[in-house]
Design a protein around this ligand. Sequence first.
Ligand code: AMP
Ligand code: ZN
Ligand code: FE
Ligand code: FE
Length: 280
Amino acid sequence: MIDLHTHSNQSDGTESPEQLVESAMQSGLTTIALTDHDTTAGLARAERRAQDLGIEVVRGIELSARQDGRSVHVLGYFIDPNSTELQSLLSSMQDSRRERAKEIVSRLSRDFPIAWEQVELLAGNAASVGRPHIADVLVTLGAAPDRPSAFERFLHESSPYVVQLNAIPVSEAIRTLRAAGGAVTIAHPWGSKRGTGRWTIDHFADWASYGLAGIEVWHREHSVIHRRMLLGIADRLGLVATGGSDYHGAGKPNMLGEHTTSLHTLECLRTPPGEALQNG
Ligand code: AMP
Ligand code: ZN
Ligand code: FE
Ligand code: FE
């Protein structure tokens, strides 16, 4: 079983890269992609543990991008973490994430006894700081019972406490990941928190022209009918359809392996277009 969407505590998951791989093995997975938000910091550690346990870790990432003022998550697979272009983008994204998180905390501090130091302490060594870390501090302060409730009450996109993330255009995200040797897909494009049906076949066709390889179709935020429609779009455009759990450890109810990707699709992503025939 192959799960191509997971997070560790290098972004906003709650398990270390090693623990994540152990959990994946216990869940009966044979391959996982580690796709932390805007960082590759956990990949080497996850790969090392996976080698010991005899499962596969695909080098992945979930980049925060934007189109028409809306957030789009762009997944990259089989990326080269040593790409200097990718790393310089990530380091500036991580800096702006930190500044933005400080501003959110400063706004919250007018109404709650919250300080930036608490978020830093809780986020530990996470390379990418985000709203989930702030949510977890709000939970420890008793302002909300759990992370999802903290989002619903204080940290949703239109909350007065929230500042938009500085995100790059989708085209640039695709281009940078492709330049780093990656295969690129759009994460949960019609996710219930993002506005169902917002992106049309024209958007996907445009992204395909920049080298998009696939669409994440099987995801808990997509209804059955929307999965079918997205599958139709992928088919029409010659894109592959992937599935993943978007596991965040204890940070979200998502369970490892609750959505999966076929071996055939994994191999399509592994082999860049044009190379398949030569090896066949
Ligand atoms: P940020 O990257 O700071 O904009 O935070 C967005 C991240 O927060 C998403 O990628 C999710 O992992 C997480 N998130 C968003 N909404 C919720 C929710 N309702 N409950 C738990 N986590 C959420
Ligand atoms: Zn996340
Ligand atoms: Fe996402
Ligand atoms: Fe995710």
